[in-house]
Design a protein around this ligand. Structure first.
Ligand SMILES: CC(=O)SCCNC(=O)CCNC(=O)[C@H](O)C(C)(C)COP(=O)(O)OP(=O)(O)OC[C@H]1O[C@@H](n2cnc3c(N)ncnc32)[C@H](O)[C@@H]1OP(=O)(O)O
Ligand SMILES: O=C([O-])CC(=O)C(=O)O
Length: 383
């Protein structure tokens, strides 16, 4: 047994996969052989769904078939809808998501079928229902009417429409679609690892996704996009953001949206793409100041800490300008990542070995319980 302990499993190869790989040297995120940035610039989210779940980019008719399969299973069981209305209005939306996905499992007739085909069908059902939980959950706890999907709208347009209640413009749909692509899959982050660990016991895809939701909620992972937006709003102006970042750094606080376990000293290519999206969206929304503020923050962090923004830093202001409530930034990330996590669960189930690592034990040894405290079995009294 190797006694080599790496805290946080840094650099440890924990899995084999043909789904994706972060090639940090070449600054490329490889998704089943394709560069994620090229996919984001040239394809749609549903193309990437096909690629991740079926192993190859779908042609036009397959892409349409995937969209129809998803549309056919839109809708939440009435009990799950009712449950959303029972959540307290202070509920964190990631907790709402975790609870609702868990509840959905019991309504799936194929829950215990772990074949590739059944898992693929369940993944499509989750892709239909998770965005609805995100949108309905928020509307239920904020006492707003739920918005049913519009069959005339695309998958991506519908997702945004169910959240905001406004039919998005083509530019908004294109930017939101790009954000879903860049969030769709990213090798083995904490949440995907959690899902694979759960799946490796032969547990089901819903349970694995529930575990991933719990992981993604944390601010060191998906929760960072919401924290970024709170920081930008707290600052309000370029100068105040610079002052806020400097004061946080002086107090040795972490600045959300910067740094990354794998990239750390290199740029996250996805952040660059979202920065371009923000550059288009901000002037169109009369919010150039928001873009300038983000760029100033980026520059301060590069100079002061040598750290680059990660995806969450630029996705946050993009979602804000798309009219998405801040409480939904991390749930939207999870909805986009549902496909990547599903692909990993399918791969784990198809070629499984139970995850069960060992520890580097730092506790005491050779202690013994004190004599004279032993319960006598026959007399049931202390002897
Ligand atoms: C889509 C995503 O989920 S991307 C990640 C989103 N999360 C965030 O944006 C949260 C902010 N970032 C961080 O906390 C970290 O960079 C993480 C959690 C992402 C990666 O952490 P790790 O790989 O464990 O690196 P670690 O925490 O050891 O940091 C290394 C050094 O960089 C510093 N550092 C890392 N990130 C930051 C940051 N955001 N702000 C300030 N300092 C930072 C640490 O203080 C540490 O400095 P030290 O060596 O002087 O103590
Ligand atoms: O890869 C990671 O550790 C976190 C991340 O950027 C993601 O999940 O998109």
């Amino acid at each position: 047994m190797s006694d080599h302990y790496l805290p946080g499993l840094e650099h440890v190869i924990a899995s084999e996969t043909s789904i994706s790989f972060l090639d940090v040297e070449k600054e490329e995120i490889v998704i089943r052989g394709y560069d994620l940035m090229e996919l984001a610039e040239q394809m749609t989210y549903l193309d990437v769904v096909g690629l991740l779940l079926e192993g190859e980019l779908p042609n036009e008719s397959r892409r349409q078939a995937i969209e129809s399969l998803i549309q056919a299973v839109y809708g939440l069981p009435p009990n799950v809808r009712a449950m959303l209305h029972l959540m307290p209005d202070r509920a964190d939306m990631m907790d709402v998501l975790r609870t609702s996905i868990s509840a959905l499992a019991s309504f799936d007739d194929e829950l215990d079928d772990r074949s590739l085909e059944a898992n693929g069908r369940k993944a499509l059902r989750l892709l239909a229902k998770v965005p609805q939980i995100v949108a309905y959950g928020y509307r239920a706890i904020t006492k707003q009417p739920l918005i049913e999907p519009d069959p005339k709208l695309s998958y991506t347009a519908n997702f945004l429409y169910m959240i905001t209640g406004t039919i998005p413009s083509p530019m908004e749909v294109a930017i939101f679609d790009q954000s879903l692509i860049v969030y769709s899959e990213h090798e083995l982050p904490n949440s995907t690892f959690a899902a694979r660990v759960i799946a490796s016991t032969q547990s089901d895809i819903y349970g694995a996704l529930v575990g991933a939701v719990a992981s993604l909620k944390g601010t060191l992972h998906g929760g960072a996009n919401e924290a970024v937006m709170h920081m930008l709003l707290e600052a309000g102006t370029e100068d105040d953001l610079e002052a806020l970042i400097r004061s946080k750094l002086a107090r040795k606080e972490r600045i959300m949206g910067f740094g990354h376990r794998v990239y750390m000293r290199k740029p996250d290519p996805r952040a660059l793409l979202m920065k371009e999206a923000l550059a288009k969206l901000a002037p169109a929304c009369n919010q150039q100041e928001l873009y300038d503020m983000c760029v100033r923050g980026e520059n301060v962090m590069r100079t002061e800490k040598g750290l680059h923004p990660n995806l969450d830093y630029y996705a946050a202001p993009v979602y804000y300008l798309l009219g998405i409530p801040i409480e939904l930034f991390t749930p939207v990330f999870l909805a986009a990542r549902t496909v990547g996590i599903s692909a990993h669960v399918m791969e784990q189930h198809a070629n499984n070995r139970l995850f069960r690592p060992r520890v580097h034990y730092t506790g005491a040894r050779d202690l013994h319980p004190p004599q004279g405290n032993i319960v006598s079995e026959s007399e049931d009294e202390i002897v």
